[in-house]
Design a protein. Sequence first.
Length: 161
Amino acid sequence: MDKQQQSQKTQLYPARNGDPYLKPPRNGVALCPECGVIYQQGRWAWQDAAPSAAQSVVCPACQRIADDQPAGTLQLSGNFLGEHRDEILNLIHNTEQSEKAQHALERLLRISEQDDGMQATTTGLHLANRIGHALGAAYKGRIEYSYSEDEHHVDIHWHRD
């Protein structure tokens, strides 16, 4: 894979219609009091120390968590899930750790058990997509992606018997 392909693979693209959770802070420098992520130069990122001029602003990921408004919902089902639950949970958590390290707003909201499987919700579209692709690559199965009309939410259904 060349450098351009590698860059495209890890680059996040903004939602076309302007996600209401992604409005930038007013003065351009902010520190989230909930998680410690810093907004500077147009993006939220993990940094060692906040600039002295940073205002206190809850970041979009923490706001989504507080509002219980996921950007991504993954429904997982099938016999395979029951037989490989721990492996699949590890894949989900490892994918989140990797994505969150590079893109501070991409986080898991929760993973919950359901009658027919499991549901995972995320603060960002990209993490949901990454988990969906990771499930498909590691375990195959049938996977369907469905975006909302405003492109602020994705539903992903993964099933394997």
